[in-house]
Design a protein around this ligand. Structure first.
Ligand code: ZN
Length: 337
């Protein structure tokens, strides 16, 4: 068959010329001639298509033989003529080095790290739990009524087996209370999921940190002291807090905790809607029913719990006006923190 003969002849010719090549330029010219994009070898491989099925296997082998043979002869010639620097590709050691961009922490990580550090200094341990949770841990054990709208599949992601993506980090508190004897002092940072339509202030997943303190004789005053200390650590010595009555199923009484606005210092601005206060945390005294569902005697133990959104704090602290910026991973945005 002529193709096979042609290929073998081509290989012999290439080997001869490359063995005789006297400089790198000649080697590179031969490289282009034989295996370059418009070289002889690619052209001959095109002829494979015209062969009968019976002829193809032998011809294919001859193509491979020619290809590896020419490549080996090229490598040998380059080696013989002095190292890897190919003609026209010599290394210019006077060129400046390539700039490497340093990574940095994401604003959410920065706020999470700072928040966790503050609570650790106050004696809280960090507890974490799975993002896929049971309905019991996420709702039932937290005294959420059966008809509470947050249980609806329109608001919560359900798996076919009935488990869910946790909608809050509170199930971590349940897990800890089920397995640990009081006193308990923990914070639970983590990602939570809700079936919201994403917009400037809502996302389908975001981060929370919750705290839980269970001991004898814990009172609302302890909660207030902890929140006030946290506000001062996070926002500066002048930061103030206030409680407003609220309702959560898992705490009784429940409060919303506002921090004095860190932008205007309480005078009133666009961020705090001229009120001087920012809604930061939900909190309260742990509902005795929650203790009972975890096997803790509410006659002996009391406790407080609090929780807030990390994204909200990041947006206030860094003056970010759209939550979605935090998840687009645009380096030009992330580079600013
Ligand atoms: Zn303000």
């Amino acid at each position: 068959m002529s193709l096979i003969a042609d290929l073998d002849a081509l290989l012999a010719e290439a080997q001869g010329l490359l063995a005789a090549a006297a400089d790198s330029a000649t080697v590179e010219a031969l490289r282009a001639k034989y295996i370059g994009r418009k070289g002889i070898l690619p052209e001959m491989m095109g002829r494979l298509a015209g062969l009968t099925p019976a002829e193809k296997p032998e011809a294919g082998k001859a193509v491979n033989r020619a290809k590896t043979g020419v490549q080996a002869a090229l490598d040998a010639a380059v080696e013989r003529l002095g190292g890897g620097a190919r003609a026209g590709h010599a290394v210019d050691v006077t060129l400046p080095g390539r700039q490497r961009t340093l990574g940095r922490k994401h604003p959410i990580t920065l706020v999470l790290d700072d928040t966790v550090a503050i609570f650790r200094r106050m004696g809280f341990l960090v507890a974490e739990g799975p993002e896929i949770e049971t309905v019991y841990n996420n709702f039932d054990a937290l005294n959420t009524p059966d008809d509470h709208p947050s249980r609806d599949p329109q608001d919560t992601f359900y798996f076919p087996d009935g488990r869910i993506l946790r909608t809050q980090t509170s199930p971590v508190q349940i897990r800890v209370m089920q397995t640990t004897k009081p006193p308990i002092r923990i914070v639970c940072p983590g990602r939570v999921f809700r079936r919201d339509t994403p917009d400037a202030t809502h996302g389908m997943n975001f981060h929370q940190i919750e705290g839980l303190y269970v001991d004898r004789n814990v009172t609302l005053a302890d909660l207030k002291g902890t929140m006030a200390e946290f506000a001062r650590e996070l926002c500066g010595a002048d930061a103030k807090i206030r409680f407003r009555p609220h309702f959560f199923p898992f705490t009784e009484p429940s409060v919303e905790c506002d921090f004095s606005c860190i932008i205007c210092g309480g005078k009133g601005c666009r961020v705090c809607k001229q009120s001087g206060w920012l809604e930061i945390a939900g909190a309260g005294m742990v509902n005795p029913k929650v203790f009972t569902s975890c096997g803790i005697d509410p006659e002996e133990w009391t406790g407080y719990a609090f929780g807030f959104g990390i994204e909200r704090i990041a947006m206030i602290r860094y003056a970010i006006n759209d939550l979605r910026l935090l998840y687009e991973n645009d380096v030009r945005f992330l580079h600013q923190f």
